[in-house]
Design a protein around this ligand. Structure first.
Ligand code: F6P
Length: 376
């Protein structure tokens, strides 16, 4: 197929996740092989487009990266419209647009999660040809069945729960294991189900610590003197959830800049307080159940290392489909996974929307049917 697109830029933004290199390879090899396009990598997210941090991605550079974790391009959480430059925050959208024109880049492929989708939409609205792929271990990007990175992180978190089981059992302890996922519970719910956690706490279902203690007490009465509590980093008690909710509503309702800044500061303060939520929860459970408790925070281990087969396949099929959409000049879209297909979804249907776990999701139902405590 003949295409006007000759040179494409590619970048990875937001937190790294397994499968990014598989996706870069998928886009790059299909763009080179099927369409004879040239592909240029930009380092460190959107900053690479401002500071010309480029790497030519020829066949040699694209070879041997499928199994490597992280991103060969490096990443950052820089936003094009609010970037720190020489100690000041600047809107670099115009600079990026001029740079791309100067360098003869016809379109930019942005690999990222929710924040990246928002930034990409802004660039598209500013007149830049943009196309995105959904990556994040959180699996919370809207309009796609899944994101690459999730499957690998799920395997890692599940294996951790498996390992924690034997030590919890041996010491008759409660082990509270904190799992990533930002404000979504996909990773914790998935790993909790796959690993057979006794309690699963996710941000979508606010918990009552007394109910959790009661469930653990029931287990003890049945002779199981240990419990695994899988808690999402974003999970909250009912009281905390109410406070967060009202702070977020204040931000939504804020009219003046001052009101907005004030509301944002209030949320930031709550987020700081929330950072040791898991430790507090373990302490509360120890007091209520009189069982010794320990905390394991899985943290960035969940994002590291080689991608699973499932993530390699997902990243490769979305990446190669992306090259086809570029050739057809279909921009302003995210390449979403839909069943076995890869479909373009307009970025304005994705940006700013989070895919949370529905309270009636089949996984939630399955967990309840097993007798797993969800804290409510
Ligand atoms: O979005 C991926 C993620 O790992 C979240 O699960 C987590 O909340 C966040 O990134 C951590 O960010 P950072 O790597 O900047 O600490």
């Amino acid at each position: 197929m003949a295409t006007k697109i000759k040179r494409i830029g590619i970048l990875t933004a937001g937190g790294d996740s397994p499968g990014l290199n598989a996706a870069i390879r998928g886009v790059g090899k299909a763009a080179l092989g099927s369409y004879g396009m040239e592909i240029v990598g930009f380092r460190d997210g959107f900053r690479g487009l401002v500071e010309n941090r480029r790497i030519d991605l020829d066949r040699t550079a694209l070879s041997g990266i499928l199994t490597i974790g992280g991103t060969i391009l490096g990443t950052s959480r820089d936003k094009p419209h609010r970037m720190e430059i020489d100690g000041r925050t600047k809107d670099m959208t115009g600079v990026i647009k001029d740079n791309l024109k100067k360098w003869g880049i016809d379109c930019v492929v942005c690999l990222g999660g929710g924040g990246t989708q928002k930034s990409a939409l802004r660039l598209y609205r500013a007149g830049i040809n943009v196309i995105t792929l959904p990556k994040t271990i959180d699996n919370d990007v809207a309009m796609t069945d899944s994101t690459f990175g999730y499957a690998t992180a799920l395997d890692i978190a599940t294996e951790a729960i498996d390992r924690l089981h034997s030590t919890a059992h041996s010491h008759h302890r409660i082990i509270v294991v904190e799992i990533m996922g930002h404000r979504a519970g996909w990773l914790t719910l998935g790993a909790g189900l796959a690993g057979g956690a006794d309690v699963v706490l996710i941000p979508e279902i606010a918990y009552d610590v007394e109910k959790i203690a009661e469930a653990i007490g029931q287990r003890s009465k049945r002779g199981s003197n240990f419990s695994i509590v899988a808690v999402a980093e974003g999970a909250m008690s009912r009281d905390d959830a109410r406070v967060f909710d009202s702070a977020e509503k204040k931000l939504e309702r804020a009219k003046s800049l001052n009101e907005k800044i004030e509301a944002k500061h209030a949320i930031a303060a709550l987020e700081v307080r929330h950072q040791d939520n898991t430790l507090r929860l373990a302490h509360q459970l120890e007091e209520l159940t009189h069982l010794e408790s320990r905390v394991t925070i899985l943290g960035h281990v969940q994002r590291g290392g080689t991608p699973s087969a499932a993530d390699r396949i997902l990243a490769t099929r979305l990446g190669t489909a992306c090259a086809d959409l570029i050739a057809r000049e279909q921009f302003g879209v995210m390449v979403a996974a839909r069943g076995e297909n890869a479909v373009p979804v307009p970025l304005d249907q994705v940006a700013g929307k989070r895919k949370s776990v529905p309270r009636d999701h089949p996984w939630v139902d399955a967990a309840r049917r097993l007798g797993t405590c969800l804290g409510d």
